[in-house]
Design a protein around this ligand. Structure first.
Ligand code: ATP
Length: 492
């Protein structure tokens, strides 16, 4: 089983310290969330698992960590200033504001018989005369208009009106952006990484970090927020490589990664993005979709993007290079100081590598892992218990050491000593804040794979009870063997 809906996870996440609504004591901040003691562990475990898989277990990937605020020229030449827009529409009746393309998509899904209804506006197809406002149900829209989603900020102590501009160049003190994707930090460092690490093509560069998008309609918990984290990798190949097949290769890799960490294949699907909906840099994109909305009747409406795999061609490296020119011979990029082309020693050939990009969201991955891990089980007393069957690599806590009697100093001392001994090799906690049944239930609900119970018998036979989260089976294990026993089972 998996979670019946996102709301179930929202309430579990708040109750058990995974995710809290941000700034709650000031009334919250639309769609911002804070990760609590267990949430930060889960996020870190997802990122660590990804980094290990992507960077350490392969021989062709390097990692970097670039700045969040880059020279604004990066966003001029990447195309984001001109094209990183979402179309928005306002309802003139209730003043609600929405993404026109999302309303249109939903309308088309609900009215397949009508085919594609295109009411041209020049910006986006939007069936202005028939789509009802999701807020008030009326039909009275403004025309769609484009809204740039990059967050502006100010560099240095200069006031906005003192922006220093010269022929399009913005100097320190001027406006800058928070990055809307981590990818550009990789492209502008392509030569730095390739030369310092003596890499030959093909190779990739991976990065994990925060990105910011001024989303028009954030929502659905941590699925769509204005501040989020990405795990991106840019894989550089020869222009003549079989790029379309490489997209399929990375799709398979990611399906393997997500399912190996617990996602059920049944809840994951693929979506080939149609040509007319591709981003400006992409020649082919396949989105990996997750069933975030299992409660919706129509199957088609149950899915939302978990990650995307795009073939970005040589668009970015070329755009950031000082050499490429327009058809009339003028330079396309008059600001860059470098040429990001690559010289292939063996073939004695210079070219701009092409790029395959798998781009995943940390937060959307966390939500998918939480939803898929959710299950319920009824105990002997007929009570329903929640069990979060997280993969052991992702579980925030690997083992909880529990004393059967907290008023017995010898038992408490032994339990605390076991916790201390385990801590260097696995995340362990000690808990004595309730009866044993309650303590077990609490650990099940946060996904702790094992509970270790120290009882009166333990003082005599130096053994403990190890309880399995998923089966509730208990096994007696010698304290001397405990670490090895747990490590072996955690690896399974
Ligand atoms: P969407 O169509 O859902 O807005 P996108 O196609 O614009 O997403 P990409 O630019 O491909 O997203 O970004 C790569 C990944 O980053 C997404 O698949 C998603 O996991 C994550 N991501 C993008 N925008 C957000 C957001 N606002 N909140 C949380 N995660 C996001």
């Amino acid at each position: 089983m998996s979670a019946p809906n996102i709301e179930t996870i929202v309430s579990l996440a708040k109750r058990r310290g995974f995710v809290f609504p941000s700034s709650e004591i000031y009334g919250g901040l639309g769609s911002a969330w804070d990760y609590g003691p267990l949430g930060v562990e889960l996020c870190n475990n997802v990122k660590r698992a990804w980094w290990r898989w992507m960077v350490y277990e392969r021989d062709d990937i390097e990692g970097i960590d670039s700045s969040i605020i880059l020279n604004p020229l990066v966003w001029k030449y990447s195309g984001h200033e001109a094209t990183f827009n979402d179309p928005l529409v306002d309802c003139k009746e209730c003043k609600g504001r929405f993404r026109a393309d999302k309303l249109q998509e939903e309308y088309e899904q609900n009215h397949p018989a009508e085919g594609l209804v295109i009411y041209g506006t020049g910006i986006v197809s939007f069936a202005k005369g028939v789509i009802k406002c999701p807020n008030c149900g009326k039909i009275n829209w403004t025309d769609p208009r484009l809204f740039n989603m990059m967050f502006k900020t100010q560099l240095g102590a200069t006031a906005a009106e003192e922006d220093v501009k010269d022929e399009g160049r913005v100097y320190l003190g001027g406006a800058a952006y928070l990055r809307p994707e981590t990818a550009q930090g990789i492209f502008i460092n392509f030569l730095n990484v390739q030369q310092s690490m003596r890499r030959k093509i093909p190779f990739g560069v991976a990065q994990v970090g925060k990105s910011f998008r001024n989303e028009i309609t954030p929502g659905n918990f941590i699925l769509r927020t204005r501040e989020f984290e990405q795990m991106e990798m840019e894989y550089f190949v020869r222009p003549d490589a079989e790029h379309f097949k490489l997209v399929d290769y990375w799709v398979e890799q990611y399906l393997g990664w997500y399912t190996s960490l617990g996602l059920s294949r049944n809840n994951v699907d693929l979506y080939e993005v149609p040509e007319d909906k591709l981003a400006h840099y992409s020649r082919r994109t396949v989105d990996v979709m997750y069933r975030y909305f299992p409660e919706r009747d129509e199957e088609a409406r149950q899915w939302e993007e978990l990650m995307g795999i795009a073939y970005r061609t040589d668009f970015d490296l070329k755009s950031h290079s000082n050499k490429p020119s327009h058809d009339d011979g003028t330079r396309a990029n008059t600001d860059a100081t470098e040429d990001l082309s690559y010289f292939d020693e063996a073939a004695k050939e210079r070219f701009y590598p092409h790029v395959i990009e798998p781009a995943a969201g940390v937060n959307r991955s966390v939500l998918a892992f939480l939803m898929d891990a959710y299950s319920e089980r009824t105990n002997d007393k007929g009570e329903t218990r929640v069990i979060l069957k997280l993969h052991p690599d992702l579980a925030p806590i690997k083992v909880a050491v529990l004393p059967l009697a907290k008023n017995k100093p010898e038992i408490v001392g032994m339990a605390k000593a076991i916790k201390r001994a385990l801590q260097p090799v696995m995340r362990a906690v000690y808990d004595d804040t309730g009866g044993i049944g309650k303590l077990y239930a609490r650990q099940d609900e946060i996904g702790t794979p094992f509970c270790v119970t120290v009882d009166h018998q333990s003082l005599e036979d130096v053994s403990v009870t190890v309880r399995d989260r998923d089966t509730w089976e208990q096994e007696r294990v010698k304290v001397a063997d405990l670490q090895q026993h747990l490590q072996t089972r955690l690896l399974k």
